[in-house]
Design a binder for this molecule. Structure first.
Ligand code: TXA
Ligand code: MG
Length: 344
């Protein structure tokens, strides 16, 4: 039941989009590329389809899904009202890595897609395959990231295969995704819009369009419940424990040396600029420090690589909390279970 093929020259020449769209119409679930990460799509109007998404991922049933659309007209079918600031953001940033929270119209979407909530998260992905697939299915498509719950989100079709092979009806392979971290989730239903999840669109970009934007305090402070249900779960963690290190590379090397002296196998999550400095059992470079977009784009693949290595402990470099660095640090802190070692 697998639909695996390479997308090469643009959506029009892609042969399997209509096959995948047929599966969606039959309430099967199919993975597809977006500009952020691969999504696991299903018909958002149908309980059976949405149940298959949760089952395939092993996702807690209280964690709501993002509804993906390809056309602005789809929005008013299931959204109660569109706040002015949301309107301005959509105009400038859709299609793109921005998810907006709206009051939902009751009784249209599967209740399982937005469990216990009066709101719904919506986005229009900026990827020709995703847009063509949603258009051809002619449905709002519920799509979480296409990973097993708890794993890093997939940025290639191979990642999806590793996690979901045998559990879903197909994968549309569009090559590696670009942005690499998920969309920014923004709630515009309050006076000052709130970022519930940092992502591909930066706070600075949002503020240039609509003025002041807040970060959900639950994102930073331990013990505060985040407003985006998904942010409370352990996520992105490699199998071996990851420690983030707030300090110079010499300090990281010292930590590596100590563990290796104890006979442990040690890996370092580094960057292109620093990778040749380290002497460890494994060194994985994740993009260029001077270009945080490249770090975002390769972060999840780097985290997944550690699971193919014989490694007891991983030390990771940290990144500045600016621009897409917010999203990178948010994901890394979750992957590390908030363990940070600080040099004195
Ligand atoms: O880039 C992305 O957003 C990817 C691609 C596939 O589009 N999707 C994605 O979906 O990351 P998922 O399910 O892995 O993450 C959705 C996040 C979760 O943190 C969820 O709790 C939050 O959005 N969310 C969904 N509906 C919400 C709502 N009504 N209110 C608050 N947060 C919501
Ligand atoms: Mg996810």
């Amino acid at each position: 039941r697998w639909t695996v093929d390479k997308y090469v020259d643009g959506a029009d020449s892609y042969p399997h989009i209509s096959q995948a769209a047929d599966l969606l119409k039959e309430n099967e679930v199919v993975a597809f590329p977006t500009e952020t990460v691969y999504g696991l799509g299903g018909n958002a109007l149908n309980d059976e389809a949405v149940a298959k998404i949760f089952a395939a991922k092993g996702r807690p049933s209280d964690n709501p899904l993002i509804i993906h659309i390809a056309d602005m007209n789809q929005l008013e079918e299931f959204v109660e009202e569109i706040p002015e600031k949301a309107e301005q953001l959509m105009e400038k940033l859709w299609p793109g890595p921005l998810t907006l929270i709206f009051k939902k119209k009751e009784g249209i979407l599967s209740h399982m897609a937005t469990p216990e909530l009066s709101t719904v998260a919506v986005r229009m992905p900026d990827h020709p395959v995703a847009l063509a697939l949603i258009k051809e299915a002619g449905l709002p498509i519920a799509a979480p990231s296409a990973n097993r719950s708890g794993k890093p989100s997939p940025t290639t079709a191979a990642h999806v295969w590793d996690d979901l092979n045998g559990r879903i009806a197909g994968i549309v392979d569009g090559g590696p995704t670009g942005v690499g971290v998920e969309s920014t989730v923004v709630d515009c239903t309050e006076e000052t819009p709130v970022i519930l999840r940092p992502g591909g669109v930066t706070k600075e970009q949002l503020e240039a369009i609509i003025g002041d934007v807040r970060m959900d305090p639950g994102l930073q402070e331990a013990g505060q419940a985040p407003k985006s249900p998904g942010m409370k779960y352990r996520h992105y963690a490699p199998d071996a424990p990851l420690f983030l290190v707030d300090g110079p590379k010499e300090f990281i090397q010292k930590l590596v040396d100590e563990k290796r002296a104890e006979g442990q196998s040690v890996a370092v999550l580094s960057t292109e600029e620093t990778k040749d400095f380290y002497q460890a059992d494994y060194v994985v470079a994740c993009g260029k420090r001077l270009n945080l977009e490249t770090v975002a784009s390769s972060l999840y693949d780097a985290l997944r690589q550690f699971n193919h290595m014989e490694v007891d402990v991983i030390y990771g470099e940290m990144f500045p909390n600016e621009g897409v660095g917010h999203a990178i640090m948010n994901r890394l802190m979750k992957a590390a279970g908030h363990r940070v070692i600080t040099s004195e």
